[in-house]
Design a protein around this ligand. Structure first.
Ligand code: ZN
Length: 72
């Protein structure tokens, strides 16, 4: 059974629930009893956790549009 992460907008707590996919979008209740929760996409969407991984930055200059003077 898949697990889904939720975040409570009342107290800011995050929690996860195991539920069938058919009930993935059903409203969840915070462990503290708050009904105002939102479902997080997945654990991979959480930022600020992994270290050492960075997207390759595009190198400036050298070909492309801006290299040929077409951009002004
Ligand atoms: Zn709460």
């Amino acid at each position: 059974m898949p697990r889904y992460d939720f975040r409570c907008r009342a107290c800011g707590a995050t929690f996860e629930l195991s539920r069938p996919m058919a009930e993935a979008n059903d409203p969840a209740t915070c462990p503290q009893g708050h009904p105002d929760t939102v479902k997080l996409l997945s654990t991979v969407a959480v930022t600020g956790g992994a270290a050492g991984s960075s997207a390759p930055a595009p190198s400036g200059g050298g070909g492309g549009c801006c290299g040929g003077g077409c951009c002004g």
